[in-house]
Ligand binder design. Structure first.
Ligand SMILES: Nc1ncnc2c1ncn2[C@@H]1O[C@H](COP(=O)(O)OP(=O)(O)OP(=O)(O)O)[C@@H](O)[C@H]1O
Length: 345
């Protein structure tokens, strides 16, 4: 199952044209509008200013972190702040070195090239990218076998902004060619309230602070989910002719099955299997993924980072282990007391 198949309300990727338009309308345009990630903002600001002062293309940038935390938004901001055009592509669209060659050779001088999910690019294209990033040059192979020759092709200088939810999957030579890697973290509740306040203003939705705080606490530390929950609360208030207050928030989130911790169906499935079938672990990630009928990549990049962050599971050398808080949250009791908690291992 891909992230597309997750709970429609909480899934990390947009599901429709309407959703994309909604996201687009709420996207911050500048670093100063971008909420949270203070360190990353400061680092990017310095990098862009230095490039502007030297009148050169900014260094290549890698944005790493779970879905929905603002990687695409930051790529757009980099282009906007540096006054350069933006070209957008994605790893899965680059299946052959030829796809990448066509893309790179069509760039205009100084263009920002955004490659989302860069870890999913074809291996042959990755190798071509090394040279392109370093020397703004590629070698095009013509012919096959003994008669094959390579023709060098000069490229216009460009800045690559790569985004990945799995930076560990990138080969070192590729990772090393980025001048700067930003690791995006989950947002805290105060930051999410700020994201929500800004979105409510843009949507012209009157909503009080307690309602915002309640949504902020249930959106998996993720701005995309925060905005999506806000939209459901707005729908609820509209249909019921009510205020978008705490009552509407509770009713809407209950209707959509959003857990008080913001856990979605897949989070809950992973936790329940870990607690009930494996008695709290330790258990390997692949076994967990197979048990919930999910790909390991989705469990590792979408589910696990959040569960670790809120302290429901810990990673140990022997596998994933449920914490004391996990047993409490699910109202379950461990079968045996021995070696159950991550802290005790
Ligand atoms: N720091 C932020 N401040 C305000 N809004 C944000 C912020 N980060 C993300 N958003 C909002 O969240 C939504 C999702 O952000 P974005 O598409 O940039 O995430 P992403 O990390 O690229 O996700 P994916 O990995 O799934 O492509 C956008 O609508 C954007 O407006």
């Amino acid at each position: 199952m891909s992230p597309d198949a997750l709970d429609p309300l909480l899934r990390p990727v947009p599901e429709s044209e309407a959703e994309l338009a909604f996201e687009g309308a709420l996207r911050p345009q500048s670093l100063s509008e971008f909420v949270g990630q203070r360190k990353v903002r400061g680092q990017l600001e310095l990098l862009l200013k230095a490039a502007a002062l030297q009148n050169r293309t900014p260094d290549h940038i890698l944005l790493a972190g779970p879905p929905g935390l603002g990687k695409t938004t930051l790529a757009m901001i980099v282009a906007h702040e540096s006054g350069r055009p933006l070209r957008m592509s994605s790893g899965p669209a680059i299946q052959h070195a030829g796809d990448l060659a066509a893309l790179l050779s069509s760039l205009t001088p100084g263009e920002i090239l955004f490659i989302d999910e860069i870890h999913r690019m074809a291996r042959s294209a990755e190798e071509m990218l090394y040279l392109a990033m370093e020397d703004f040059r590629i070698d095009i192979m013509v012919g096959k076998g003994a008669g094959a020759t390579s023709i060098p092709l000069e490229l216009a200088p460009f800045t690559l902004v790569g985004a990945t939810t799995r930076s560990g999957l990138l080969p070192n030579p590729l990772r090393d060619r980025f001048g700067f890697t930003a690791h995006l973290e989950f947002y805290d509740n105060a930051e999410l309230e700020q994201v929500l306040r800004r979105a409510a203003q843009l949507l012209e939705l009157p909503i009080d602070g307690r309602a915002l705080a309640e949504i902020a606490g249930r959106c998996r530390g993720t701005p995309r989910i925060a905005n999506r929950l806000l939209r459901r609360v707005r729908d609820y208030a509209l249909v019921h002719g009510s205020d978008a207050g705490l009552t509407a928030v509770h009713a809407a989130l209950e209707l959509y099955d959003v857990d008080p911790l913001g856990l979605d169906r897949l989070d809950r499935a992973v936790m329940e299997i870990l607690l009930t079938r494996f008695d709290g672990g330790p258990v390997g990630l692949n076994t967990l993924a197979v048990s919930v009928g999910e790909e390991s990549e989705t469990v590792e990049s979408v589910v696990e980072p959040f569960l670790v962050r809120i302290g429901l599971i810990t990673r140990t050398p022997r596998g994933r282990v449920a914490t004391r808080e996990a047993w409490q949250h699910f109202g379950l009791t461990p079968r045996s007391q021995e070696g159950l908690f991550g802290n005790d291992l």
